[in-house]
Design a binder for this molecule. Structure first.
Ligand SMILES: *Cc1c(COP(=O)(O)O)cnc(C)c1O
Length: 401
């Protein structure tokens, strides 16, 4: 018996079935968004050929999708890399890299001033899973040499440390890593390819938190990892797919849109950072201003050699006093968001003692050169005079003026 026909309802097949994208002789200018989780192939033979790599074709979004590939190709171009992989966060990129390249019992040596979560992964999570880890002061390759063991496989550094802005002995470390056959990983989030391109300096792997400068608008969480050796690339890709570190197409789409303006954003922010560092230096109530582009920075010469005259957009400074002064400064600088991030198009202020470095004791922070009054400024693209005015007003509020 056929069910009675309800003429008021449209036939279900036209609702459920997906429609063809309308034909157009012209193309979209903006990158389309591809949220599709699956792709349908015309035949089993084609699907076979796809899986064998004989023809290009997407299958399932965890294994790859157009928005991730479009974004990865753009970052590849900036880094001089090929086949970079976009992941769901910067930490996912680091996880995929470790899980793809290491086995239990392998030893990793890492700079002792890496990003906080990287330090935690290396000091707690990797050892729990049977990886061996150790740390060295990346200011000199001699410190690396002293820490190498027979089972050391990998060295991981950041070219500029957060938040004290010390510069790593990248040339010495790369030479030492090459001599001992170690994989050199550089997390280039802080420096960005506008300042430093790790593959030009002997790195084997590049990591990015795309969340920061590359996307640049504090509205996506994404990572990127590139390997120079295609075998490393395949191993990292498989780890990312197996462990499920897939980036969202929408996040990739937003990040690619952000990336379009990266070079001009970064150049403007870097120019402003220089003006701010010079404007703050010597102000009453400030006990320290750190910017690698200034002659008074302890690593200025090394930074000039390594970075060819680009010194980035990060400025750190220290105010006299303790937590009360810190809170007064934050309140008085209220138009500059007090937020534990970096690389946003607008300037943000962070306080390591209460955020990224809160797990360390005051003594351990002091050993790294960070007192309670230590701040880090990620300079954005606002006018320099506006920012300097706000920072000076905040200083005046702390000084009781
Ligand atoms: C933020 C950051 C990370 C982690 O990236 P997420 O996208 O937050 O996971 C790694 N390294 C550095 C240097 C960072 O600043």
């Amino acid at each position: 018996m056929t069910p009675p026909k309800d003429d008021n309802k449209p036939p279900r097949d036209t609702i459920v079935r997906r429609v063809e994208i309308p034909e157009s002789a012209s193309r979209p200018v903006a990158t389309p968004l591809f949220p599709s989780v699956v792709y349908s192939s015309p035949s089993a033979d084609t699907l076979d050929a796809q899986y064998e790599g004989a023809v290009d074709g997407y299958t399932y979004a965890r294994e790859g999708h157009p928005n991730a590939d479009i974004l990865a190709a753009k970052i590849d171009g900036m880094e001089g890399a090929e086949g970079g992989i976009v992941t769901s966060s910067g930490m996912a990129a680091i996880s995929a890299m470790f899980l793809g390249l290491l086995k239990a019992g392998d030893h990793v040596l890492a700079g002792d001033q890496l990003y906080g979560r990287s330090l935690r992964m290396l000091s707690q999570d990797l050892p729990r899973m049977g990886f061996e880890t150790g740390f060295f002061d990346a200011g000199s390759a001699d410190n690396l040499a002293a820490a190498i063991r027979p089972n050391t496989r990998m060295v991981m550094i950041e070219a500029v440390s957060n938040p004290t802005l010390r510069v790593a002995d990248v040339a010495g470390i790369a030479a030492m890593a090459a001599r001992h056959g170690l994989i050199l990983v550089v997390d280039n989030t802080f420096t960005t390819p506008a300042v430093f391109r790790p593959f030009d300096h002997g790195a084997d792997i590049i990591i990015h938190s795309v969340t920061k400068f590359l996307a640049g608008h504090s509205d996506v969480t994404l990572g990127y990892v590139a390997a120079r050796d295609p075998a490393h690339r395949t191993a990292i890709y498989d780890a990312a797919v197996t462990w499920g570190m897939t980036p969202s197409p929408f996040d990739c789409w937003l990040a690619e849109r952000g990336l379009n303006s990266f070079e001009v954003r970064f150049a403007a922010a870097q120019d402003t950072a220089r003006i701010i560092a010079d404007g703050l230096a010597g102000q009453p109530g400030l006990t320290k201003v750190l910017y690698p582009g200034r002659n008074d920075h302890s690593d200025h010469d090394l930074a000039a050699t390594l970075f060819g005259g680009s010194f980035g957009n990060m400025v750190s400074f220290e105010i006299a006093g303790g937590r009360d002064e810190v809170n007064r400064f934050i309140a008085a600088a209220g138009k500059i968001p007090f937020a534990p991030t970096l690389g946003d198009v607008a300037t943000t202020l962070s306080h390591p003692a209460s955020s990224s470095h809160r797990a360390l004791s005051a003594e351990a922070r002091a050993a790294l050169g960070m007192s309670e009054g230590f701040f880090r400024l990620s300079v954005g693209i606002e006018p320099a005079a506006l920012l300097l005015g706000e920072l000076n007003a905040a200083l005046a509020a702390v000084n009781g003026e």
